[in-house]
Design a protein around this ligand. Structure first.
Ligand SMILES: *Cc1c(COP(=O)(O)O)cnc(C)c1O
Length: 311
């Protein structure tokens, strides 16, 4: 018994994942950007934050396989695959859409994940909707053996704990902290780590009223608000306005933005600034949560539609 305890303790101590703090970049006198996308070479941004404590937990439980879910261009799928490779887990990705089975090579996200060693199970949209139900999990266990399950998008309480580490001491000077929102895990961590005088603004990348409730599951604080005017029609929906904003931003600031999350957030922040939303003296920090691996996949879609691409 004692040996088991000691060996687990040892494993826990052995696997320390440290993510470097990033120096904030000033975009103008009011607005700063935390380039958290630079925190890791392959699992960048909030996805490594969300995985960190889950990886340590999986090691502690002596699990050898990580299993998770995602769509064709999912940052989370790419991150779990890369994390598996780096930290020594087998990885299984349950992917929405049976038709993708034949398109792995053409799909930048899936081919990256596959190169990292991820094994895929392609399922219909209906099965995917039922993915968290017991019978489906049992079926997966019958096929793959035991695994450590990470939900779609990676949000659970350990993920929120990881996102509580995004803010640094120096960030106390900011009055507003902005971040993009998908499942709500990242903003929940930021809210938990925020100070009373700070207001956290979330920019949802998708339509839907469920987020308010999701976030409330992970935080009891109330110093936050969702700005729902900048989803551009829904998840992964873009228009030429957004694409040219992203290209202009890169040209002027030399900072790449992704089209699904950070591009929409920065577009929103700059629009709100123009409209006088923020008090003149207020200092604003925007969190760059990463997602750059999604640019190649989006460009494939834009090319097909003969629309301008992200440079
Ligand atoms: C996944 C993701 C988000 C959304 O994070 P949630 O915790 O799901 O709200 C934001 N930005 C980027 C770049 C992401 O990949």
């Amino acid at each position: 018994m004692q040996f088991v305890y000691l060996s687990r303790l040892f494993l826990t101590l052995l696997y320390v994942i440290t993510l470097p703090d990033q120096v904030n970049i000033s975009l103008n006198s009011q607005l700063y950007l935390k380039p958290d996308y630079l925190n890791h070479s392959f699992i960048s941004g909030n996805k490594i934050r969300k995985l960190k404590w889950n990886i340590l937990e999986a090691k502690k439980l002596q699990q050898t396989t990580l299993l998770t879910f995602g769509g064709a261009f999912s940052n989370h799928i790419a991150a779990v695959a890369a994390a598996g490779k780096e930290y020594g887990f087998k990885t299984i990705g349950v992917i929405r859409g049976e038709e993708l089975q034949k398109k792995v090579k053409q799909n930048p996200t899936l081919s990256f994940a596959s190169d990292c060693g991820m094994q895929f199970k392609f399922v219909s949209r209906e099965d995917f909707r039922n993915k968290h139900k017991n019978y489906f999990i049992e079926l997966l266990k019958a096929t793959y053996g035991d695994f450590y399950l990470i939900p779609e998008g990676g949000t659970n309480s350990l993920a929120v704990q990881g996102c509580e580490e995004i803010l640094a001491k120096e960030d106390a000077q900011f009055d507003f902290i902005c971040c993009p929102v998908g499942t709500g895990g990242t903003i929940s961590g930021i809210i938990n780590a925020s100070l009373h005088h700070q207001k956290i603004l979330g920019f949802p990348a998708l339509k839907g009223d469920f987020l308010q409730e999701e976030i409330s599951k992970f935080t009891s604080k109330t110093n936050w608000e969702l700005i729902t005017d900048y989803h551009f029609g829904g998840y992964a929906k873009v228009n030429t306005h957004l694409i040219s904003f992203i290209n202009q931003f890169k040209k002027e600031k030399n900072i790449p933005l992704d089209p699904i999350y950070t591009g929409k957030m920065l577009f929103g922040i700059q629009d709100l600034m123009k409209k006088g939303f923020f008090p003149e003296q207020a200092k604003i920090l925007a969190i760059h949560t990463g997602g750059l691996q999604g640019i190649a996949g989006m460009n494939n879609v834009l090319k097909k539609k003969k629309l301008p691409c992200i440079q």
